[in-house]
Design a protein around this ligand. Structure first.
Ligand code: FAD
Length: 144
């Protein structure tokens, strides 16, 4: 478990960083294993589009790095999902009967919405996007 600031560059020619290597942050805001999977799917898609070239890796970095910079920064400053846990700890030392007595549901919902809006991760926005990669297309790509 390592928490580092966002990196200014991931790609150098035929080499790029992805998953934890690209964003080594506590996996507290959908930025752990799920982000490594999103990275892999996107790199696969961009290999289909640009072949296995530095251009594909640059395209990957240009899409994901700005998003991850926002996610990692939010999590480091209490703007991520763990921020509400800290709020409860601050208000009652973690002891409560009902979470609604500590934080109104509307406040939780607003916090959640704000975090997701950072990178358009709301349910509606995600459902509007086309699939990143159709797996059978990737399989046929590699098997020729
Ligand atoms: C205690 C703990 C709890 C976690 N809980 C969650 C959770 O609940 N939810 C969540 O989403 N995420 C969680 N994570 C984070 C999640 O495990 C990582 O974000 C995810 O595994 C990153 O995937 P990755 O493929 O980028 O890296 P890794 O899974 O670390 O894979 C890197 C691989 O590269 C190999 N490797 C390293 N060096 C070399 C080399 N020189 N040559 C060849 N291979 C090499 C390693 O052996 C490893 O298999 C947790 C992490 C930890 C440590």
């Amino acid at each position: 478990m390592v928490d580092r600031g966002p990196r200014p560059k991931w790609t150098d020619g035929h080499v790029t960083l992805m998953g934890d290597a690209a964003h080594p942050a506590y996996p507290v805001g959908s930025n752990g294993a799920s982000q490594a999977i999103v990275d892999a799917r996107l790199v696969g898609l961009l290999f289909q589009k640009h072949d296995m070239t530095p251009q594909a890796l640059e395209a990957f970095e240009n899409i994901v790095r700005p998003q991850m910079t926002k996610v990692v920064s939010a999590n480091r400053s209490g703007g991520g999902p763990d921020g509400v846990m800290q709020l409860v700890e601050d208000r009652c030392g973690g002891r409560f009967e009902s979470i609604n007595d500590m934080i109104p549901h509307t406040k939780l919902a607003t916090h959640d919405k704000k975090y997701k809006a950072l990178v358009d991760f709301g349910i509606k926005e995600l459902n509007k996007r086309s699939p990143l990669l159709i797996l059978c297309r990737l399989c046929s790509y590699y098997s020729g």
